[in-house]
Write a protein that binds this ligand. Structure first.
Ligand code: 5RP
Length: 260
């Protein structure tokens, strides 16, 4: 078993471990999707095993549901939970206002619904995802398969009047087929380079009939926990700025790393 993690994985891990400490007995917790969120699920499962922590998790994708169940977390649906105390998820980019681009892992729709249904959303990330302006990461937009080329054309036309630097879009592929989300939709990745007005773009994209949802998370995230490869963690709060800077001890734990 090789448990040697790259600095980026260590950064994701320490952010995830710090966020997992926010979960309290009896909470209903949204469980994000992606490699950073997977660390958080492992850290929570460790707390269940070692401390007897009881909480219920609402996964944001089939992948996360499977991982959480396999690790012994009590999984419920959003229909059952209705409202959540906390959601912890990764992101592809975050800006100084803690607005996000999400959906690199294809789960933006459930992620946005779950985060919006939570008292608090905490994002866990490494420092490389911090940007001054969103848009270097291609913006994922979930669209229905029916007439998707028409939806793509409408989006590209809309972008002409938006404050963005690029306008190309590409249908996300899975091998030689279009990628299909958990809801049976496709994803268009918009190569915008820089988004001048993310709030406006988020609103107008959703006016196009074939668009289901876009990966801009505006005014949804409350805190970002940034991990570093040397174990440092920084917590930024939407109201209070940087609220803590400390260190998470990095002990390579066979239980956590066994499936790496
Ligand atoms: C999935 C997401 C992920 O949170 C985002 O892509 C970050 O992933 P990772 O933690 O693997 O870097 O939005 O839809």
């Amino acid at each position: 078993m090789n448990t040697e993690l790259s600095p980026i994985d260590k950064a994701k891990f320490v952010a995830a471990r710090r966020a997992a400490d926010l979960v309290e007995e009896g909470m209903r917790v949204g469980l994000g999707t992606g490699s950073t969120a997977a660390w958080m699920v492992r850290c929570l499962a460790e707390r269940v095993r070692e401390e007897g922590l009881r909480f219920r998790g609402v996964p944001t994708s089939r992948r996360t549901a499977e991982l959480a169940r396999d690790l012994g977390i009590d999984v419920i649906t959003l229909d059952e939970a209705r409202w959540l105390d906390l959601t912890i998820d990764g992101a592809d980019e975050f800006d100084p206002d803690l607005n996000l681009i999400k959906g690199g892992g294809g789960a933006l729709l459930q992620e946005k619904i779950v985060a919006t249904a939570s008292d608090q959303m905490v994002v866990i990330t490494d420092a490389a995802k911090e940007v001054e302006h969103l848009g270097a990461f291609p913006l994922p937009v979930e669209i229905i398969p029916f007439g998707w080329p028409t939806t793509q054309a409408l989006i590209e036309e809309l972008l002409v009047s938006m404050d963005v630097m690029g306008r190309k879009s590409a249908l996300r592929m899975n091998g030689d087929r279009a990628y299909v989300t958990d809801e049976g939709n496709h994803i268009l990745d918009l190569h915008l380079s820089r988004i001048g007005n993310a709030r406006q773009l988020a609103m107008v994209l959703n006016q196009i009939p074939g668009v289901v949802e876009n990966g801009l998370f505006i005014d949804i995230c409350d805190q970002v926990i940034i991990g570093y490869g040397d174990g440092r963690v920084e917590t930024r709060d939407i109201n209070e700025g940087t609220v803590s800077e400390d260190r998470v001890d990095f002990v390579e734990d066979a239980n956590l790393f066994q499936d790496i």
